[in-house]
Ligand binder design. Structure first.
Ligand SMILES: [Zn+2]
Length: 253
């Protein structure tokens, strides 16, 4: 269904900001594929949404009639739609179902979001995952990681770095190492050391304004972090309450 005139640049940026802070963000199958192809994660996309500008000329999507906007940093396009009951790819009516959602787009394999609305489109095969207040969900994940019971993994370190908007070189300066080392940690080629793990948690709490009130409880938690590499945990984040829990899982042999 065609939806009027496109927004101007400032209007589109405001609308996108509103969606990620207060509104809903829909991850279509195309969005997830593009992320995977470009080896990007949502924390990087959010950084660009906060700081980036939008290309002048929006394009109208031929199937849904919605306007698509491009950020200057990414090839991915954002579409601002008014009705989540329409498939983001073909515009057909879709039924939403509330369920747990393994949040791979975060860049972390062991996160499950609870209470996500997911829709499968029977017409075109798309599946839309609808994330409410994605900025706040991402902050809740960062807080949970700082509070994690086990040594940070490479992908968790990468998430925190992206969440803080730091480059590999920036983080290397804070941790008194070099960016090659940071990159080895993030790719899982080297295990993060116990002191780096603790420093990263405190750094996250200190650099993210929204987490500063948690810095004392995170400091108290440091003595309880397990350095045993044999234990795996899954992080569950409830998207309504933004509360998190960790569930121990047995590692596949
Ligand atoms: Zn569809």
């Amino acid at each position: 269904m065609p939806s009027g005139d496109p927004l101007d640049r400032a209007g589109a940026k405001n609308a996108l900001n509103h969606c990620i802070v207060e509104g809903l963000t829909v991850y279509s199958i195309h969005f997830r594929e593009e992320l995977a192809n470009d080896e990007l994660t949502v924390p990087e996309v959010l950084q660009v949404c906060r700081s980036g500008t939008i290309f002048m000329a929006p394009e109208r999507d031929v199937k849904t009639g919605q306007w698509k906007y491009r950020n200057h940093r990414f090839r991915e396009q954002a579409m601002i739609k008014n009705n989540v009951h329409e498939c983001a790819v073909c515009g057909a009516q879709i039924e939403l179902e509330r369920r747990n959602y393994r949040y791979r787009e975060s860049g972390i394999s062991n996160i499950v979001l609870q209470g996500i609305e997911v829709a499968e489109c029977s017409k075109c095969g798309n599946s839309d995952a609808i994330i409410p207040r994605v900025e706040r969900v991402h902050l809740a994940i960062a807080k949970a990681l700082a509070d994690s019971p086990a040594r940070l993994t490479g992908e968790q370190l990468r998430y925190l770095r992206m969440h803080l908007g730091l480059t590999g070189a920036d983080l290397a300066r804070y941790l008194h190492t070099d960016k090659t080392k940071v990159s080895k940690w993030e790719r899982g080629e080297d295990r993060i050391g116990p002191a780096t793990d603790r420093l990263m948690r405190l750094l996250t709490a200190a650099l993210d304004k929204a987490m500063r009130s948690s810095v004392t409880s995170i400091a108290e938690h440091l003595q309880h972090v397990s350095d045993d590499p044999g234990t795996a945990w899954e992080l569950y984040v409830d998207v309504s309450t933004l509360q998190h829990s960790f569930v121990k899982v047995s590692k596949a042999a």
